[in-house]
Design a protein around this ligand. Sequence first.
Ligand code: NAD
Length: 261
Amino acid sequence: MTLRGKTALVTGSTSGIGLGVARALGAEGANIMLNGLGDADEIERLQADLAARYGVEVDYDGADLMRPDGPGALIEATRARFGGLDVLVNNAGIQHVAPVESFPTDRWDAIIALNLSAVFLGMKAAIPIMKRQGWGRIINVASAHGLVASPNKVAYVAAKHGVVGATKVAAIEVANDGITVNAICPGWVLTPLVERQLEQRASAAGTEVSVESDALLAEKQPMLQFTSPDAIGALAVYLCSDAARTVTGTPISIDGGWVAQ
Ligand code: NAD
C-alpha cells in the first residue's frame, strides 16, 4: 500500500482508462475522487464498490470539465472533501473523426476545451496545493497521438501534442517542489471511446466490429493486442511510487510498439 492516506482525483473515471486508474490507486490505499459523466445510479454503485473493495473513501463530483470553471471547482471540491490533493490524473477526453476540411468547428472547440485546456486548468489549480504539501504527482493521460499523427483526428492530435508540451513545462517548473508531472501515452485501449470508432468504421465499411478491431490494431501496433485499463492503472501507481521520484516531464508510451516504428 504505497498511497494509504493520500487523495487522488481522477478525471473521467466513470469509464474506461480513468476507471482502471481509479481502481489501481484505490487498491494502493488512496482515497478517490471520481469524476465524469454517466448514469447516477451506476456511479453510486461504482463508488460503493470501490470503497468496499479497497477500504478507502470514495466520493464523486460530476463537474463538467469542458467548462472553463470546471477543473478549478473540481479541485477545490476535492481539497475541501479530503483536506488535500496528492495525485491528480487528468484523464477525461473525447474524440471526433473527420478530415480537416470538414471537421466541425464546434467539435474542435470541444476537444481542445476538454482534452487540452482542462489539463492546463487542472494543473494550474493543483500545483499550489501540492507545493504547500511538498509532495504531488500529476499524471496527464495523453496518447500515442501526443507523439505522432493519424489522419482525420486533427483536434485530438493537436490537443494531445499540447498535453505532452504542457506536461514538460509544468514538470520543469515544479522540479524542486516534490512534484512530478508526466504524460502516459497509450496506444489502443478497448474502451467506449474506441468502441464508438469501431462501430463507425464497421458501419462505413459494411463489416463487423470484430473485423475492424483486428484491422485497427494491425494498422498501428506491431503488437496485435489492446492495452488494458488495469495496465494503465499499474503504470500510474508506478509513477506515484518513491522509485519514480526522478521520473518527470516525460511522455511514457504503453502502446504495443506503435511509436517505435
Ligand atoms: P471513455 O470514453 O471510456 O472515458 C472518458 C471519460 O471522460 C468518461 O468517464 C467520461 O464520462 C468523461 N468525460 C467526457 N466528457 C466529460 C466532461 N465534459 N467532463 C468530465 N468528464 C467527461 O474513454 P477512454 O478511452 O477511457 O479515454 C480516457 C482518456 O484516455 C482520454 O483522454 C483519451 O484521449 C485517452 N486515450 C484513450 C485511448 C484508447 O485507446 N481508448 C488511447 C490513448 C489515449
